[in-house]
Write a protein that binds this ligand. Structure first.
Ligand code: NAD
Length: 472
């Protein structure tokens, strides 16, 4: 695959200050498909300096001009749709159909949404005898994970640019190629040099240098809770703004009168998409005692349709997980689930048949799961679904809210009002009612340890603004 051997800093591709590289591996067959530079603290310094220098001019541009640049960025991404999809399939292992529809089309839509919001957002408002100015925060350090690699980049960079901030991006080391494609698209839009900068590299080196940098005003991080906690502490110490989008263990609550077949099918599809590597996945299915066995059977049947297959083939529905580390982690959880007494009704810890190479995990369904089990508490981040039984609505609320996370969730009911009343009792940032579609304008983010701050839409833009009040 095509790769740049430099960093995109101050409007150009430049050699790294160091000489180390990172191998980019195709998780379907373990082939090294490219090498990218492993950025150093000096690269981060250069990128932050470029972003600082570019900030005053970019912050002062008219919102309509920023909107025009974001429209150009949306168009530049759209022109690369196939290349984006093929790149994500190669470095993440997502099936090509999913890569086109989600990994490419979603960020294109989000870039478009910020082109519109940059033009329509009220950057000034009147309150009594005051005029409130919503001004850009400054230089943004964006640190992103590998699971939705372009979406997570665009969900940070597009609102930051719309707000008038400048950006240094440190993408995940597993998926740097689509980040380079993004930088190419930015370059094509003719953004002033230094407004957007890319430093590829390892988390504890380049990521940490960015999070700790004095020249960064806001850190926006998506990834594991462990790293998020450290970044939050560093930002707190420096009195720096911080947004954290961390893990999840979302509940899919099927209320007694709901269409069970539809709810179970949608629930299984939700978890197995992207090989279970979705922070908002509904990894805990909650079913009432009377219909529990039926739900387990339906889930087993639905899971049988997810046969691991070559991600490059149009008909594949389930690819590998991203890395050997992730495969071992997921298989470890499957073993732990069995050891703690849960019943495997589909899948299991072994490699799927015929897959000697690559980071494959069998799509796995666990029944007889109780809320205290590790697999019902911790984020597995693989194609593993747990099915839990509840006695009544209060019990379902207790189980649904009974983890440290609160990112997403679902409620199914024959009565929409009943579903909404239930959703109000959930400690979580998003709830899909009866299979409601993902809305790229709705605020996305966590309650409890799932994070701080919101992404997407107007709420996502507000994260990159600070307010000044003028009194008359
Ligand atoms: P991670 O938190 O280690 O990595 C996310 C990003 O942070 C990457 O760009 C990484 O380079 C960077 N990073 C790592 N250490 C850093 C440090 N000390 N300072 C600054 N930046 C640092 O996540 P991971 O190892 O890729 O995945 C581990 C687990 O995280 C997953 O199994 C999953 O549970 C969770 N995860 C959650 C999400 C999400 O969207 N909520 C996404 C990816 C991973």
């Amino acid at each position: 695959m095509k790769a740049h051997d430099g960093m995109y800093i101050d409007g150009d591709w430049r050699p790294s200050a160091g000489s180390s590289t990172i191998d980019v591996v195709n998780p379907a067959d373990e082939q090294v498909i490219a090498k990218v530079p492993a950025g150093t603290a000096r690269d981060v310094d250069s990128a932050v300096a470029a972003a600082r220098a570019a900030f005053p001019v970019w912050a002062a541009t008219a919102p309509a001009d920023r909107s025009a640049r974001l429209t150009a960025l949306r168009d530049a991404l759209a022109a690369r749709r196939d290349e984006i999809a093929e790149t994500v399939t190669a470095e993440l292992g997502a099936p090509i159909g999913f890569s086109r529809k989600v990994h490419a089309d979603l960020p294109i839509a989000v870039a478009g949404s910020y082109a519109e919001l940059a033009a329509s957002y009220a950057f000034e408002e009147k309150v009594g005898n005051s005029t409130i100015l919503h001004e850009p925060v400054g230089v943004v350090g964006a640190i992103t994970p590998w699971n939705y690699p372009l979406h997570q980049i665009v969900a940070k960079v597009a609102p930051a640019l719309a707000a008038g901030c400048t950006v240094v991006l440190k993408p995940a080391e597993d998926t740097p190629l689509v980040a380079q494609l993004f930088a190419e698209a930015v370059h094509e839009t003719g953004l002033p040099a230094g407004v957007f900068n890319l430093v590829t590299g390892l988390g504890p080196v380049a990521g940490q240098a960015l999070a700790e940098h004095d020249g960064v005003d806001l850190i926006s991080f998506t990834g594991s809770t462990a790293v998020g906690r450290r970044i939050g502490a560093v930002a707190g110490g420096a009195v720096k703004r911080v947004a954290l989008e961390l893990g999840g263990k979302s509940a899919n609550v099927i209320l007694p009168g709901a269409d069970l077949t539809r709810a179970v099918k949608a629930g299984v599809a939700n978890v197995f998409a992207n090989s279970g590597q979705t922070c908002s996945a509904w990894t805990r299915m909650l079913v009432d005692a009377a219909r529990y066995d039926e739900a387990v059977e339906l889930a087993q049947q639905a899971a049988a349709k997810y046969v691991p297959g070559d991600p490059g083939h149009a008909e594949s529905r389930l690819g590998p997980v991203v890395s050997a580390k992730q495969r071992d982690r997921v298989r470890g959880y499957i073993e732990r689930g069995t050891a703690e007494g849960a019943r495997v009704v589909a899948g299991g810890p072994d490699a799927p048949g015929g897959r000697e190479r690559g980071y494959w995990v069998r799509p796995t369904v666990f029944a007889d799961v109780t809320p205290d089990m590790t697999i019902a508490q911790e984020e597995i981040f693989g194609p593993v679904i747990t099915i839990l039984k509840y006695e009544d609505e209060d019990d379902a609320v207790r189980i649904a809210n009974g983890t440290v996370y609160g990112l997403a969730g679902a409620v199914w009911s024959e009565d929409e009002e009943e579903a909404v009343a239930f959703a109000r009792r959930l400690d979580t940032g998003q709830v899909d009612i009866n299979g409601g579609r993902f809305n790229p304008l709705a605020p996305f983010g966590g309650y409890k340890q799932s994070g701080v701050g919101r992404e997407l839409g107007a709420h996502g833009l507000a994260e990159y603004l600070q307010t000044k009040s003028l009194q008359f």
